[in-house]
Design a protein around this ligand. Sequence first.
Ligand code: AMP
Length: 432
Amino acid sequence: MSAFKTVRGMRDFLPEEAEIMRFIERKARETASLYGYREIITPVVESYELVAAKAGEEVRARMYAFEDLGGRKVALRPEFTASVARLVATTLRNEPKPLRLFCVGSLYRYDEPQRGRFREFWQSNFELMGSDKPEADAEILLLTNHFMKSVGLKNFTFKVGHVGVLRSILSHEGLAEEVQNQAMQRMDKKLYEEALKIAEENGASDKCLKTLQKLVNLKGDDAAKILEEMAEIVKDYREAVEAVKNLREIINLVVETDEKVKITVDAGFARGLEYYTGMIFEVYVPELDIALAGGGRYNKLVELFGGEPTPAVGVAHGIDRIMLALQEQRAKIDLKREMGVVVVPVSENLAAEALRIAEMLRAEKIPVEFEVMGRKVSKALEDADRREAGYVIIVGEKELKENAVVLRDMQKKEQTTVKIGNLVEVLRHLRI
Ligand code: AMP
């Protein structure tokens, strides 16, 4: 019965998956605190207008948008950046810059479900507001590098480009922003022929088309060489030359900081979201052909939402895809599951006494599961074995009279009598 299944594109996270997901989230939080980013929590439901403003055609068409009971047009957030920019434009407008903000949570897009593509997915998101310096762009790349390493990912590569290069050439040809967006959208999907056709139909010159053609064919991991060729190709477009220079400064800062960071420069790289104005990037691993993270510079968004002109750069890390990549790489995740203790009263009239012992242990941070099924000791022990419990505490009348309980080592199948007053110490000694 379909009513008892998850809705298409939605997933349940079973305990092991939830643990891995929270592990990644924990690493994101650690990264945030190491780089000075403070967490904010924004609503899942936002005004449609806000999230639609610069999301780009692709995301806009796939939004969970609806009217609420008060007749407001709202949407489930498809990304975080619009919400953060809204805050910086309003409540946080007078905060001193730079402002470093972190958030983590679920996002919603009516994407076609497939491997690594879900309708509810999770991101950790970092935004650095107030600086237009290459150091800020480099910080976002470096913190992403730190985060990816800290979860245990190997062989990841940054694909880096700069929307300023392509956009300034199109602007120079007099193409309206709307048309530019359409062309960039096609480029994002690697539909370069279509992108060039849009430029041509809107009056781009032959020279411009040739320049674009050369750019979209230019990429490689020798960053210095690719940047030099890019500069040569765009030399007649002043703003594009500046954009290449900016990209070179950012990349130089990153590789001079950490020469192990792997970078591919892609001159024809575009991203779906329309708000980007400068450097853009994505993170890939060889095992998957979908991006694990994406980000870039957006200098006009806060202003668009009525705030002060605020240059900004940020990144969103796709937690679901990082989970998938870790699986593909067979990464060992140290989840530190604690070996639990099970407390079993011998009879129902001892339940309160046994519960009191369980609570005493929990107060000392010792994890305890209580026998809640009212089973006989032999059955309870079988179950504890199945659950791979390390120890069972059997609370019986005879031992209680002596202020003691029976402690059973499930592996060695040995039992000893332990005074209740010594229980915490004994269990600690056993490294529980
Ligand atoms: P974007 O907000 O489109 O820049 O996406 C940033 C990151 O979020 C991507 O690199 C993915 O890792 C992740 N992401 C985006 N869309 C989805 C989706 N439908 N399912 C899972 N992850 C996604």
